[in-house]
Design a protein around this ligand. Sequence first.
Ligand code: DAH
Length: 339
Amino acid sequence: MIDKIKNLLDEVQSWQASKLEEVEALRIEFLSKKGKITQLFDEFKQVSPELKREVGKQLNQLKDLAQNRINELRAQNEQIAEAANKDDVSKPGVSLDLGGRHPLSIVKNDIINIFARLGFTVADGPEVEDDWHVFTALNFPPEHPARDMQDTFFINNNPDIVLRTHTSSVQVRVMEKYRPPIRSIFPGRVFRNEAISARAHCIFHQVEGLYVAENVSFADLKQTLIYFAKEMFGPDTQIRLRPSYFPFTEPSAEMDVSCSLCGGKGCGVCKGTGWLEILGCGMVDPAVLEANKIDSKKYSGFAFGMGVERIAMLRYQVKDIRLFFENDVRFLSQFERAL
Ligand code: DAH
């Protein structure tokens, strides 16, 4: 028995391992239930009582030494494995997640690009505006309901300073700064004092368009909008203009596009009508040109305004406008495109 212990002691001391698997093999060979050292403990039962004390001590020393060697070899090999992993240049790299564009930015950029192809430039104006640019210069009469507290956010209860309720205010900013010909679109954020629901939000986005030059006609407006609709919703898209009213355009119209989902047959999205309302438009009211010191005898123009959320909801079949503002990555990551 003493000899066996001594031999095993020598063996344990000469253990080497260059892989974690080899360390594990040594552990199984010597220390598992049927391992060489474990088996000695069975044999120990037969050792004569006078020797038990000495043999027991040596046996325990052997076991401890073996266990320590295993731990040592395991730690060594773990370090080696880790270092090898670090330097393995053939390993696949860690890819960095790229962010994606927000769906509203994707749609806004598409709108900008479509109109850019027709020669429209992009202009911007302030979100905190005065009454003149949002209402008065756009021919809103003093008692018009849009000026009401119910619709408009006022700043510091000052009736003259508001959060713009539409991007039409940028029409005025542009007309006071530039002389015709003007051919521009104005994307931006607008604010309305509305209850938030699946269909309405107090903050949303619009793209406004303005074209002022000599001899601009309703036919020009219609052709521009047909081009936009087909580029935006596909070449088979039809448009329909319905007479409407806006203080700053005369005549005014609302434009519907044929429902791209059912092709105009009628479905849940278009509520069975085959048409979807997309924007408001019209010929710039001569009073608006004059308010901006543009000679309405010489120049005419058209204007239009559309909601970006509405177009994004139709294009991506988003049923709740609030999703655009919650910044939930589970929603946003569905729209990712390579940047
Ligand atoms: N400003 C209107 C709105 O917010 C949209 C609009 C309608 C803009 C007709 C226009 C237009 O330029 O001609 O509802």
